[in-house]
Each structure stands twice: as structure tokens, then as C-alpha cells.
Design a protein around this ligand. Structure first.
Ligand code: NAP
Length: 206
């Protein structure tokens, strides 16, 4: 994959076969590009029907409209089901992941299935700054809590997509890419017992 990856998602009301094709064409036209690098199924719910939705993604890939198929918010069971149906490789599963939602089972399944896990809401919407273990490590290392949190995600082998609208936050996140945590620091974050899931509504699959 290139250094800059153009990715977009199909929303959960447009996952019928024809709707997926139309949605991808609309995205391609709005973005003004020939090929979308990664097109995601945003959520496996509502109009998601694996037997209809996933063949549409295969078709788009065969036609060169998209380069790769991505999934988002897929549980291990959803992932297994999708693998049975799709012809294309599943390059990525984008899910909520951070020190308060460590996704051990899903990470294991992604490794088994050669699927990269992308961590969304990696800073817990800013609540990472209230996790005492992150604060203690940050103080010891002379880093910010955001940098420690993102370094832990890198140690887990996952890509993370923090959002920063403030220029100083963006610089802080980028400056932290060289931070490497010690095995003790990683173990300390691994052992955090508090759990929190941000993306939880009455229609999410958990
Ligand atoms: N696939 C899905 O279903 C799904 C669901 C939710 C989110 N996402 C994606 O995940 C990405 C990010 O997640 P998110 O926005 O939910 O939460 P997040 O990245 O965990 O947190 C964003 C918050 O952290 C702050 N921040 C960032 N860097 C900071 C720093 N160095 N120091 C202090 N504060 C910092 C930002 O502040 P400022 O903005 O003020 O800089 C913002 O308030 C987005 O691209 C979003 O689209 C995907």
C-alpha cells in the first residue's frame, strides 16, 4: 500500500448489493479519484447481509473501483463469516481499541486471519488523559499521555488513527512516533483493569 491511503466507508443503510456499488461510485466521484485504496463496510448491521454485501465488494475490486476491502466494527464471529464469503483478502478491521478496550480475542483472530487491526478512538476521546497508568509513564518518560497511549498501540502491532483538530495536539501526536515503551511499561498498561467502550448504542453488535 502507498504512504497515503485514501479510505472511505459504506454506511449501514446502503449495504444491499446495488447500494454498495452506487455508494462506491459516488465516493469515487466526490473524491475525484479513479481507485479508492480501501473501502470499508462501516458496521455489520441493519442492511448488512453478508451474502449480498460482500459479493458487491468483490465486484468493485474486480472492476478496479477499489483496491482493497476493509471491514469495520467486525467481531471475531463476523470476521469468520466474512472470510467464508469474500474472495478478496480482508486487509483491515477498524475497531475501537485503546488501553481500556484491549481487544485481546479480536487481535488474536486478526493475526490468525492475516487481517491488520486499525484502532479507532485510540485516545478514548481524550479520556486517555485520566488513566493513571498512562499519566505515571508519561511523567517518567517526559512524554504526553497521548504519546504513551499511541506508543502502546504501536507495540501491539496495530495502526491507530487519532483525531486532532488542534495544531498542537497534531504536533504532539506526530512528535511521539519515536517513543518506544519498555517491556515494564507495556505490561503495566496491559494490566489496566478498567474497561470502557465508547462506540456503544442500541444497534451496535455488543
Ligand atoms: N469506524 C468507526 O466506526 C469509527 C467510530 C468512531 C471513530 N472513528 C474514527 O476514529 C478517529 C479518531 O477517533 P475519535 O475522534 O473518536 O477519538 P480519539 O482520537 O480517541 O480522540 C480525539 C480527541 O483527542 C484529542 N487529542 C488528540 N491528540 C491529542 C494530544 N496530543 N493531546 C491532547 N488531546 C489530544 C482531540 O482534541 P482536538 O480535536 O482538540 O485536537 C480530540 O478531542 C476518527 O478518524 C474517527 O473517524 C471510527
Amino acid at each position: 500500500m502507498r504512504g497515503l491511503v485514501v479510505a472511505t466507508k459504506v454506511w449501514h443503510d446502503s449495504l444491499g448489493y446495488d447500494d454498495v456499488i452506487e455508494s462506491a461510485e459516488n465516493s469515487r466521484s466526490r473524491l475525484g479519484i479513479d481507485t479508492i485504496d480501501v473501502l470499508y463496510v462501516h458496521w455489520p448491521c441493519f442492511s448488512y447481509d453478508p451474502e449480498e454485501t460482500l459479493p458487491a465488494f468483490d465486484h468493485l475490486r474486480d472492476e478496479g473501483v477499489i483496491q482493497h476491502v476493509g471491514l469495520s466494527n467486525f467481531t471475531p464471529e463476523h470476521l469468520d463469516e466474512a472470510r467464508e464469503i469474500l474472495d478478496a483478502p480482508i486487509v483491515v478491521n477498524q475497531v475501537e481499541m485503546h488501553p481500556l478496550l484491549q481487544q485481546a480475542e479480536l487481535r488474536e483472530r486478526c493475526v490468525e486471519r492475516d487481517v491488520r487491526l486499525v484502532a479507532y478512538s485510540p485516545l478514548i476521546h481524550g479520556e486517555a488523559f485520566d488513566v493513571p497508568e498512562l499519566s505515571a509513564i508519561a511523567e517518567k518518560r517526559g512524554a504526553s499521555q497521548a504519546q504513551v497511549c499511541l506508543a502502546w498501540l504501536r507495540e501491539k502491532g496495530d495502526a491507530a488513527i487519532p483525531k486532532a483538530s488542534d495544531e498542537n495536539h497534531l504536533a504532539d501526536d506526530l512528535d511521539g512516533v519515536t517513543l518506544v515503551l519498555s517491556p515494564e511499561d507495556i505490561a503495566r498498561i496491559d494490566a489496566v483493569e478498567e474497561e470502557k467502550r465508547i462506540s456503544k448504542t442500541d444497534w451496535t453488535p455488543w
